[in-house]
Design a protein around this ligand. Structure first.
Ligand SMILES: Cc1cc2nc3c(=O)[nH]c(=O)nc-3n(C[C@H](O)[C@H](O)[C@H](O)COP(=O)(O)OP(=O)(O)OC[C@H]3O[C@@H](n4cnc5c(N)ncnc54)[C@H](O)[C@@H]3O)c2cc1C
Length: 502
């Protein structure tokens, strides 16, 4: 007997995009929220710097935020979506505060703001100093607990979309006991986050395998801008460390930190005289990459030793303590850093209401490509995208609720192999290949070589149908990697985070 569950709305993903969308859906609708791990894991929980928003609704400042976003994105951005992003920022911050989120405030109760790369004004709100994601998500989970219409399923992973005639009908899920469950709904929202797990070093969780993007792509849904993978300039560097890596937030540069090469020399003046360390991430990552090449080194340093210990422990408590546990006192020592995978600017193509190219299927957050990031995301615009477009998706669903009915579907007879392979060597090879050929600097021959390697994995994995989380994660990794490689091969023009040496 196949297990079937029916909902009005199904959301895959419990990061900021998934939870905020769920909380804005009408409480009369039955929502199933599925996360493949525990609810407190994922990028949203780890965000440090904050959320960019002009909360005083000053039209000139909103226009400046818009211009900064386009400038960072190499003017490849969708201008309509970007306008919406900056204009609806303030009201969504108010909404977060009403839901119960507490941002950092001055002693007289005003919201504190900071600066990050690419922003011309201090407009980044934060919580708990450099622990924004954890604070925001903890407050939102408390609100989620009170909502009886939202059922949360942890450790249950969506593996395939159920659809007919380009109409989404539900999702096949692997439940906690490794059994298949058919989850049917009127509206399905993908909020599955990023793709960091396909690179050797990333700020993301290892399980960020691009599941939603790959699942949608397998079902014929349009994806775009996949070549624009953002590499953060300042991941904490430890020799031979691979996998999830601690991030040294951009806000540290926002508060005056400078970059030095391994000889202790400041170098950003060679690459961006005007903006220096506060140039957008693509520029800083590419500059560090060049500097590492020229000095035969695999890292550089971040120096904020001009700030006092007292200031740093208050402003960056998480980073300060992490570094201290690694033998570094950031008020006295340089911090070793190197660029690493951080964010997917592309993803499942959506319009400004989150609709994808498949009827009844929506995408929001990092897995979506609304076009607001263009070729390179402006710092702290990602959490903002989650809330602005999460709210829009929820409002669209609320509006369409009167049309909802029970889903009747003939379930596919899928035949799975129930073997427990772990596909480890394939995953390792995907990560090695992406780091070697599809990293900050890309060349035609390298991309062609990567294509050959990854395409073979996609073909081989496509011949089998193993019913396990490991199989689907590996398949999704390979398919997302291939989408990135194909897009990078097709796009000969260097722009934003896509840098072609040839
Ligand atoms: C260390 C770090 C610091 C950052 N700092 C900032 C910052 O200061 N400001 C900013 O704007 N951005 C920041 N970012 C980026 C930002 O945090 C993310 O882009 C954003 O949180 C993405 O939110 P999301 O809800 O789309 O995805 P996530 O928060 O990653 O959540 C994804 C969810 O999907 C679930 N999921 C995945 N696949 C499946 C599946 N197949 N089935 C069911 N569930 C699934 C996961 O379990 C998880 O719950 C940072 C990112 C990192 C990693």
């Amino acid at each position: 007997m196949k297990e079937i569950r029916q909902f009005d709305v199904v959301i895959l993903g419990g990061g900021l995009a998934g939870i905020y969308t769920a909380l804005n859906i009408d409480s009369t609708l039955h929502v199933g929220l599925f996360v493949k791990d525990e609810l407190n894991l994922g990028s949203s929980n780890m965000a440090q710097g904050g959320i960019a928003a002009e909360v005083k609704f000053d039209p000139e400042k909103i226009e400046e935020h818009y211009e900064d976003t386009l400038r960072a994105g190499g003017y490849h951005n969708n201008t309509e979506a970007t306008k919406i992003l900056v204009e609806e920022a303030g009201k969504n911050i108010e909404n977060l505060i009403n839901i119960g989120v507490e941002f950092d405030k001055t002693s007289d109760g005003k919201l504190v703001t900071t600066l990050e790369g690419g922003h011309r004004s201090r407009r980044i709100l934060h919580a708990g100093g450099d622990d924004t994601g954890n604070h925001v998500m903890t407050d939102l989970r408390k609100a989620l607990d009170k909502r009886e219409n939202i059922e949360v399923f942890e450790n249950e992973m969506g593996i395939e979309l159920l659809h007919n005639n380009n109409k989404a009908l539900g999702v096949i899920v692997i439940n906690k006991n490794n059994e298949e469950v058919y989850v049917l709904a009127n509206k399905i929202v993908l909020a599955t986050g990023g793709i960091g797990g396909i690179y050797k070093r990333t700020t993301n969780e290892k399980f960020a395998c691009g599941d939603g993007i790959a699942m949608a792509y397998r079902s014929g849904v349009k994806c775009s801008d996949m070549e624009y993978v953002q590499f953060h300039p300042t991941g904490f560097y430890e020799e031979d460390k691979i996998g999830k890596t601690f991030l040294i937030s951009e806000a540290v540069r926002g508060e005056g930190a400078i970059l030095r090469n391994i000889n202790g020399e400041r170098f950003m003046q060679k690459y961006d005289k005007e903006r220096m360390e506060l140039a957008p991430r693509d520029v800083v990552s590419q500059s560090i990459n060049r500097e590492m090449f020229d000095t035969w080194s695999d890292h550089v340093y971040l120096d904020i030793t001009h700030k006092s210990k007292d200031y740093l422990t208050k402003r960056f408590p998480t980073i300060y303590n992490f570094l201290l546990n690694h033998g570094i006192d950031m008020s006295k020592d340089y911090i070793p850093v190197a660029p690493l995978e951080h964010f997917m600017c592309g993803g499942v193509t959506t319009d400004t209401l989150g609709h994808t190219s498949m009827e009844n299927l929506y995408a929001v957050g990092e897995c979506a490509c609304t076009g607001v990031h263009g070729a390179n995301r402006l710092a702290s615009n990602s959490l903002l995208e989650c809330i602005v477009f999460g709210k829009r998706v929820a409002e669209e669903i609320n509006k369409l609720a009167p049309t909802f009915k029970k889903i009747d579907v003939i379930l596919p007879d899928l035949v799975f192999t129930h073997e427990l392979f772990n596909f480890r060597s394939i995953r390792e090879d995907i990560r090695d290949t992406m780091n070697k050929y599809v990293f900050i600097v890309r060349k035609q021959e390298g991309l062609e070589e990567a294509y050959k390697i990854i395409n073979k994995y996609v073909e081989d994995l496509g011949k089998i149908n193993v019913f396990s989380r490991y199989y689907y994660e590996t398949l999704n990794m390979a398919q997302c990697a291939l989408l990135i490689i194909k897009a990078a091969l097709d796009n000969k023009k260097s722009l934003g985070c896509h840098f072609r040496l040839d």
